[in-house]
Write a protein that binds this ligand. Sequence first.
Ligand code: ATP
Ligand code: MG
Length: 464
Amino acid sequence: MKNKITILIIASMATLIALSGIQAYLVESAYQLKKRAFIQETDNAISDIDNHPELDSLVDVLAEDLRINLGDYKNKRLTKVEVIQKLHAKGDSINIPYMKRYNKELKAIDLGYKIRYKREVSSIVIFNGQEADTIFPIPSQKDGAILGENFENEDSHIIKTSRTFTEFNYVVHENDSIFTNTFDVELKMRDIMKITDWKSIVYRRMATLLICSVLLFLFVVGLFYYSIKTLIKQKKITEIKTDFINNITHELKTPLATLGVASKSLKNKEIRNSEEAFDHTLNIVDRQNTRLQKLIDQVLTNSLSANDIVLSKDTVVDNEYFDDLIADFKLSTQQHQLNIINNVYTEEVLLRIDTFHFTTALFNILENAVKYGNDQTEILIETSLKGNEYKIQITDNGVGIATEDQAQIFDKFYRVSHGNVHNVKGLGLGLYYTSQIVNAHQGKITVQSEIEKGTTFTILIPIN
Ligand code: ATP
Ligand code: MG
């Protein structure tokens, strides 16, 4: 059984881990999908701005300026670096109207969140027949001209790339002669956008999914925890019930066996003829019958819970009540070495208790002190008044109860199985009944104990 539960726990844990792995994977996939969809959506929304004629014409101004500069480069009046520097300068000069127009268009779309946008030159190459001459990028000039906002490319998205291939004419002055030459220019540009808050926007869009999956996960964990806890509890109850059945069978066996022998004897003619032997056997039958009756009564009354118990309260004076109780208990026990110290509160206090039930409850504690005590059992009964509460403490010098068992001794059928005292008979009902009676009196019962030193039961009952 224990192995099965361990296997179950391990299997549940493994399932839970696998399940959370799958869930994490699904959430991650959903996140990527949402992210892509969001970027695509933004891209679609702003793509038309690029084609705006005013913006296009500004780009044309830049291209025209570049053409003139490339002609100068071809005529060796400018170096590559100077061409790019001039491109930058031109870009900067038209950037103000460019951005003004762009932002105006962006405002008209009303995205609901902020984006940053730029258009940058990514490469300029001159083709002369098969010969390609890269003007940009070159090792000393890596940054192209930019229209729009200048920002780092990290975490940004390219929304469009364009490539134009144009034929240019330029005038060559050579050895006093003037002629025109043509060259082809490949100009690559790209549009880049950056959504400032994209993470929080995507997270917000996924909020329901995230919250649901976290809740679901917690629910499953809770369910696992609860099931396993219940299983362990059930297992304990089963064990305790088995123990109880073993105990009660054991208790019933002896009187039944004796009754069997006695009834057999009664069939014997010799015994029937002798009055003395006959009486003796009848006495045995009677005693065993009483013992069985007592046992059944014990099970019946001690199994009652606080709700089943109907109290009929009497008013008693504490001193007198405890004197009688101790005297009765001494009579009922066969242990002669028993020493009961009566330390009851000296002033008279009126208690409202159901004497029958309350006495049985206290007897159960006193019986335990004898059952789980040593040869020189000493029991101290102390009482005191604490505000509105009457405190009864019963202390013994017996075997004691381990801390881990203390919380459970008031449970129905619970018995501590400590090696040598396991042979002490009992059903595990005594303290259950005591606690139920104390509860029915609106009281509290607690235990303090130390192994091999002794045990103290404390009962608090309210007095009005
Ligand atoms: P019964 O139903 O016959 O009283 P029981 O004595 O075994 O059976 P409880 O009186 O409910 O059952 O006690 C529960 C367990 O608590 C006992 O089995 C015993 O191990 C432990 N216990 C109770 N009182 C003491 C005590 N004074 N000293 C040591 N152990 C005790
Ligand atoms: Mg007992």
